[in-house]
Design a protein around this ligand. Structure first.
Ligand SMILES: NC(=O)c1ccc[n+]([C@@H]2O[C@H](COP(=O)([O-])OP(=O)(O)OC[C@H]3O[C@@H](n4cnc5c(N)ncnc54)[C@H](OP(=O)(O)O)[C@@H]3O)[C@@H](O)[C@H]2O)c1
Length: 348
C-alpha cells in the first residue's frame, strides 16, 4: 500500500483512509455493529491501510468511541484523524480532550476544523445564537490548534471543506497546516477548479472524502428512487429528492448521474473489476490526491476497496471517465459545497 506524507508533517497516510462516519451507528448510516468495525479496522491495518477518519460530530461521538475500541492495543500502527465543529472553536482544547477521552487515546495524529468558520457553516452545527453571531476568528481557532500541537496532544493540523480564500486566511495565521479534506470523486470534481492547484502550490495535501459518492459510485442503486433521503440531499439530486432535508434549491443532475454509473459499469466490466474499484482507482490516479476516504461497512467491502488501491488504470481510461463525468461537472459547477446553492456556499 502506497503511503504519502501529509504536507510538511512526518505523518504518512495510506492511499486509502477508512471513513469512520458510520461507526457507532446512527440516523444517517443506520446500524453498524462493533463486530464489523473491529474486523474492518483490524483487516485494514493488516492490509497496510493505516489512516482512520472520524469526527466529534459523527453519531454524537459514538464514531470516535467505536474506533477507539477497535484500535485498542494497536494505537501505534494507526494514523487517527478527528475533527472539531466550527461552533466549538471558542474552546478547542476542551473539545480535543473530549475526543481523546472517547477514543481512549492520549494524542491525535491529525486534528482538523470540520468546516470553515462562517455564519452559514456555524449555523449548521449549533442553534446557539451567541455562537452564531460571534463565532471565534480563524486566527484564534488556529492559534489554539497550534498550542495543542506544542503540548503534544495533536501531531498535525488540518482543515476540511476550506475553499481557496479560506485556505489563504489560515495560511496567513502562520500556523502550519498540512491537509485539507474535501469531497472528491468522479461526480464531485469541484476541487479541480481552484482548490487543488492552491494546495499543490502551498504543500497542503488533499484527502478526498466520499470516494464512492455515498455508495452511488459503488453501483448500489439501480435507479434514483432507490437512493435513501439522507444520501440524496446533495446537489447531485433534485431539491425534491431529500424529502424536506435538501436545502440547495437546485434541479440536480439525476439523469446525467445515472448515465455516468451506466458507463462506469461498462468500463469496469471490460476491465474485469468492480465499479467501486474503478471509482477508487480513478481518484488515486489524480496526482493531487494524497488519500481517498472510503466508508467500508464490512470486511468484504474493505478487501475489495483495498485491492483497488493497487489497480492502475491507463491514461486513456482516466480521460474517458473525465469525459463521461463532464456533463455532471457542467451542471454542478465548481461550487465545492455540495449541499448549498452557490449563492449560499459555505466554501469559498
Ligand atoms: N470532511 C467531511 O466533511 C466529510 C464529509 C463526508 C464524508 N467524510 C468522510 O468520508 C468517509 C467516506 O464517505 P461516505 O461515508 O460519505 O461515503 P462513501 O465512502 O462515498 O460511500 C460509502 C458507502 O459505499 C458503499 N460501499 C463501500 N464500498 C463498497 C463496495 N466495495 N461495494 C459496494 N458498496 C460499497 C457502502 O454502502 P453500504 O452502506 O450499502 O455498505 C457505504 O455505505 C466518511 O466515512 C467520512 O469519514 C468527510
Amino acid at each position: 500500500m502506497k503511503k504519502v506524507k501529509l504536507g510538511k508533517s512526518d505523518i504518512a497516510v495510506s492511499a486509502m483512509t477508512v471513513g469512520c462516519w458510520p461507526f457507532g451507528g446512527g440516523d444517517y448510516w443506520g446500524e453498524q455493529s462493533q463486530k464489523d468495525v473491529d474486523s474492518v479496522v483490524g483487516a485494514a491495518l493488516d492490509l497496510g491501510v493505516n489512516a482512520f477518519d472520524t469526527a466529534e460530530m459523527y453519531n454524537g461521538g459514538e464514531s470516535e468511541r467505536s474506533l477507539g475500541i477497535a484500535l485498542k492495543g494497536k494505537r501505534d500502527k494507526a494514523v487517527v484523524i478527528s475533527k472539531i465543529g466550527p461552533s466549538n472553536c471558542h474552546n478547542v482544547r476542551k473539545h480535543c480532550l473530549a475526543s481523546l477521552e472517547r477514543l481512549g487515546m492520549d494524542y491525535l495524529d491529525v486534528y482538523m476544523l470540520h468546516w470553515p468558520i462562517n455564519k452559514l457553516a456555524v449555523e449548521h452545527f449549533t442553534s446557539d445564537k451567541n455562537i452564531i453571531e460571534t463565532p471565534p476568528t480563524v486566527e484564534a481557532a488556529y492559534q489554539q490548534l497550534d498550542e495543542l500541537k506544542k503540548e503534544g496532544l495533536i501531531r498535525s493540523i488540518g482543515m476540511s471543506n476550506f475553499g481557496r480564500t479560506q485556505m489563504e486566511e489560515v495560511v496567513a495565521t502562520g500556523v502550519q497546516v498540512d491537509v485539507n479534506e474535501m469531497s472528491y470523486n468522479i461526480v464531485s470534481r469541484a476541487i479541480e477548479g481552484e482548490i487543488a492547484p492552491y494546495c499543490i502550490q502551498n504543500n497542503i495535501s488533499i484527502i478526498g472524502s466520499m470516494g464512492l459518492q455515498q455508495g452511488l459510485l459503488a453501483g448500489i442503486y439501480k435507479t434514483v428512487e432507490d437512493v435513501p433521503p439522507h444520501q440524496a440531499h446533495s446537489r447531485h439530486f433534485s431539491q425534491e429528492r431529500g424529502k424536506g432535508t435538501s436545502r440547495h434549491y437546485e434541479e440536480g443532475a439525476e439523469k446525467e448521474l445515472f448515465e455516468v454509473v451506466d458507463e462506469l459499469r461498462k468500463i469496469a466490466d471490460d476491465l474485469h473489476v468492480h465499479i467501486a474499484q474503478l471509482s477508487i482507482a480513478w481518484i488515486l490516479k489524480k496526482p493531487f490526491m494524497a488519500s481517498t476516504l472510503v466508508g467500508s461497512r464490512n470486511i468484504n467491502e474493505l478487501k475489495m476497496n483495498v485491492e483497488a488501491c493497487s489497480l492502475e488504470i491507463s491514461n486513456e481510461t482516466e480521460a474517458l471517465i473525465d469525459k463521461i463525468s463532464q456533463p455532471v461537472l457542467d451542471i454542478l459547477g465548481f461550487n465545492p459545497d455540495y449541499y448549498e446553492h452557490s449563492s449560499k456556499s459555505r466554501i469559498y
